[in-house]
Write a protein that binds this ligand. Structure first.
Ligand code: ATP
Length: 365
């Protein structure tokens, strides 16, 4: 078995009857990478994980782990281990016996099994509860045991299917940190399926944003968040207002765009063809809100007036949703908390949203 945990997925498609669960999926996940797969329900995340693990076959394409094609290999022969959302612990076995179970199957002697299990339990800080049974553990503790049980097989690749989704918010954040710490410490490849954007952003070296069985964008957390390629990625990852419109002219190095609902926008690029239909976006924290309606000149080329539709206090910022235009479309501004409280607007107040042409981000069709 190769020592490397590099996972190459080459043109993999998976069909279940008429359903295309995974559609010509190609990516190389480097050895030692923390990779998160994120996408809406049913987009094929779990199917990818199961095909890597060997719990599902591919319809087309190839998967290589550590440079070796894994088609036809049993899950136990792939150098992977899977940690399930449900933990799937044996209720009648103690923690240490749960963890050492796979070694027992491999006929490893009792003393060595216990020693190896205790070493892994120490890594996940569960050695002090080794003799309890799962019903005597909290959700977070059960999860650590499940993690230890996956790691005892000494995998090159750990596959995690929504590992944090059963935990309450506080524990989830704590375990999130621990997963990252553990991955750094042991240095193997982690492939982690999640529904939760902040989770992917916080953990991943490489994020794969998926839609309908395909990769919509692959990149680092910062690339994905700050430089989304498409309207889908910008909307799905959050933090952006997304628009569509037609470029009507170029002036002063910026494109003037008209939306189907009649608004005018300015985008600070001169390389877009007049007449093109484009998607573009502005980060919520780049939108400034001004009380009332002003006719004076503005440093910011973009300006929309409307009224406050919703206000949500978020601690360090305040999320203000403004309704604008004949169809009451919604635009969100994340306003710095201290700035907001200088002169707080209320529901229904007239406001103007402004942003600079240079901050507008062009999206791919
Ligand atoms: P979720 O986030 O809800 O777990 P997912 O992104 O992990 O979703 P998958 O479980 O991979 O999605 O499913 C992808 C598609 O394949 C879905 O349309 C699903 O209904 C279908 N599918 C998955 N497994 C099977 C199966 N064994 N038989 C038939 N269809 C399946």
């Amino acid at each position: 078995m190769s020592d490397s945990g590099v996972v190459e997925i080459n043109g993999v498609t998976k069909r279940f009857g008429p359903t295309v669960a995974v559609d010509n999926f190609t990516i190389t996940i480097p050895d030692g990478c923390y990779c998160c797969l994120i996408g809406p329900s049913g987009c094929g995340k779990t199917t990818i994980l199961r095909m890597i693990a060997g719990h599902e076959t591919t319809t087309e394409g190839k998967i290589l782990i550590g440079g070796r094609a894994v088609e036809g290999l049993e899950p136990s022969e792939r150098g992977t281990a899977m940690m399930f959302q449900s933990y799937a612990l044996f209720p009648h076995l103690s923690v240490v016996d749960n963890v050492s179970f796979s070694l027992k199957m491999k006929r490893v002697g009792k003393a060595e099994r216990r020693e190896r299990a205790m070493t892994i339990l120490t890594t996940v800080q569960m050695d002090h509860l080794a003799d309890r049974v799962p019903s005597q553990l909290s959700g977070g503790q059960q999860q650590r045991v499940a993690l230890a049980r996956a790691l005892i097989t000494d995998p090159k690749v750990l596959l995690l299917d929504e590992p944090l989704s059963a935990l309450d918010e506080f524990l989830r954040l704590q375990m999130r940190e621990e997963l990252r710490r553990l991955q750094n410490e042991i240095g193997i490849t982690f492939i982690h399926v999640t529904h939760t954007q902040p989770e992917a952003l916080a953990l991943a070296d490489l994020i794969l944003v998926m839609d309908e069985g395909r990769i919509e964008q692959a990149g680092t957390a910062r690339e994905i968040f700050d430089n989304p390629n498409t309207s889908y990625v910008a909307s799905f990852m959050g933090g952006w207002n997304v628009f569509q419109g037609e470029v009507s002219k170029m002036a002063n190095g910026a494109a003037e765009i008209h939306s189907p609902t009649g608004e005018e926008y300015h985008l600070g690029r001169s390389d877009i063809a007049v007449g093109a239909n484009i998607g573009f976006s502005i980060r919520r924290d780049k939108v400034h809100l001004v009380r009332g309606k002003t006719d004076g000149p503005s440093k910011e080329a973009n300006c929309l007036s409307g009224e406050v539709h919703a206000i949500e206090y978020q601690g360090t910022w305040v999320k203000i949703t403004m309704a604008h235009g004949a169809k009451s479309e919604l635009l969100v501004a994340n306003v710095n908390e201290a700035e907001y409280f200088v002169d707080p607007v209320g529901l229904g107040d007239a406001v103007e949203a402004r942003w600079k042409a240079k901050d507008v981000h062009l999206l791919r069709p």
